[in-house]
Ligand binder design. Structure first.
Ligand SMILES: [Zn+2]
Length: 467
């Protein structure tokens, strides 16, 4: 049964096959910049990538899934200026950049786990791959694709004819439109490969290089790590739709100029989560995290189901009502699938096999999760033996990842809002006590919270809590 994905590079659905049979799918996904908690909008992208990996495995492929952690070099502006996001995170929290990176990396991994996202085969940190990045820049330099300004080494995008192709960029307009902000760049689409540490300023993260003390640009990190772990041509590269115009366009330019080979055969991009009609970002509205959802009584898997109800290439509008609906749907699914736990047997009837095939086709058609969920719901209504239903639920859940049809260690989180209020009041009192250095009082409150089975964690952004 063929597997089809929409490839951003060709703007069409293409059949996915490996170039060599028995090979492993080489898949690279752009990971988080660990300067803050992950927003649920970003997590939507990782849920889509998880479904992609699970679908590949469901269709019989083995997948070498690599995800990076950007812990240096991501500036607040894609135009290579603005502050370093990590340094900003450090200034905000009063921690060192390294502590910030460690703290938010752990928080991110916890979110992944709670959303039942399968661990990648390799997590790689940008700061662990500085020599590979330097080497790649040297390679580009030797081939004449770079130039030096007073603040760094830049990629000369005019030397890569196909630069505008991937994102259908109108480069002429882009170049004319932003001449004022270009600084010493030759063209608006040029980008930093290596930035020099500002003179008279000691950065927490900086390295020696052939060009002096400095740090890598965000784009070069991904190319260097992807090629280091997966080779010069990847099978699939993923990210959010906001990566197409700049980050992935730049990754392609520098990788293909360095190697002379195609960088990735397939490019898949997840669309934004929206709230109030616009892109959800850290700068607008409520900052939605998994732990906030949990505080409001949701199970992280409610959010996973919510994400699956929409196709990954469509915008998804977040509202609390929609999340409540997802929670009800998940509960209703569990009411039907929990009684089947432990009852699985061989799937053999013609009807069961036909339903299984429809599921595989739906998910294999560019990850049509709404249709796959439809197949699951219809299947539960069919006149099938329980043992077949039980096995089909487990089979479909290999892709859906909702923990259906299996025992769960923890019940669904159901928190009464009045309890949340009590916890938050106690935390506020504890903070007051801590401020006044009244340790016996703060310990007393901590014990009281522990009795309520609340775990508290004092982090750089204040105190967080969970059950
Ligand atoms: Zn990337």
């Amino acid at each position: 049964m063929s597997l089809k994905f929409y490839n951003t590079a060709s703007r069409s659905k293409e059949v996915f096959q490996l170039l060599e049979t028995n090979d492993t799918v080489k898949m690279y996904c752009c990971g988080p910049t660990v300067y803050h908690y992950a927003h649920i909008g970003n997590l939507r992208t990782y849920i889509f990538e998880d479904v992609l990996r699970r679908t590949l495995e469901y269709h019989g492929f083995s997948v070498k899934h690599v995800v990076n952690i950007t812990d240096v070099g991501h500036l607040t502006s894609d135009a290579d200026d603005g502050d370093d996001k990590m340094e900003k995170g450090a200034a905000r929290t009063g921690k060192t950049v390294w502590e910030v990176a460690e703290y938010y990396t752990q928080a991110f991994m916890k979110d992944w786990k709670s959303l039942n996202i399968v661990e990648p085969v390799i997590w790689c940190k940008a700061t662990d791959h500085i020599p590979e990045q330097i080497q790649l820049i040297q390679n580009l330099e030797a081939k004449g694709f770079t130039y030096k300004t007073s603040d760094g080494i830049y990629f000369d995008s005019a030397k890569f004819n196909r630069y505008p192709e991937f994102a259908n960029l109108d480069v002429e307009n882009l170049r004319q439109g932003s001449r004022i902000d270009m600084g010493e760049k030759r063209s608006a689409t040029d980008f930093a490969l290596w930035k020099f540490s500002p003179p008279n300023q000691k950065r927490a993260m900086e390295w020696e290089s052939p060009w002096g003390l400095g740090f890598p640009g965000w784009h070069i990190e991904c190319s260097a790590m992807a090629m280091h772990h997966l080779g010069e041509t990847l099978d699939i590269h993923c990210g959010g739709s906001d990566h197409v115009r700049v980050h992935h366009t730049n990754e392609i330019a520098q990788s293909e100029c360095a190697t002379g080979k195609l960088f990735s055969r397939f490019w898949l991009h997840g669309e934004f989560l929206r709230m109030g009609g616009g892109k959800m970002s850290k700068s607008t509205g409520e900052f939605l995290t998994i732990s906030l959802l949990q505080k409001k009584g949701f199970d992280p898997l409610d959010y996973r189901l919510f994400a699956l109800t929409s196709h990954y290439r469509n915008y998804l509008n977040f509202t609390w009502e929609a999340l409540e609906n997802a929670r009800e749907s998940l509960k209703s699914l569990r009411r039907k699938t929990d009684p089947l736990i432990g009852k699985g047997g061989e799937i053999k009837s013609a009807l069961a096999l036909k339903i299984q095939k429809s599921f595989k086709e739906a998910i294999g058609d560019d990850l049509n999760t709404p249709m796959a969920l439809g197949v699951l719901n219809e299947m539960l209504k069919e006149d099938l033996e329980d043992f077949e239903k039980a096995s089909l639920v487990l089979d479909f859940d290999r892709v859906l990842g909702l923990n259906l049809g299996q025992s769960r260690l923890e019940p669904l989180t159901e928190v009464d809002p009045s309890i949340v209020k009590k916890i938050e009041d106690l935390l506020a009192q504890r903070n007051e006590a801590r401020k006044a250095k009244n340790w016996s009082e703060s310990d007393k409150i901590r014990d009281e919270l522990l009795k309520m089975k609340v775990t508290i964690q004092d982090g750089p952004n204040g105190t967080s809590w969970s059950f």
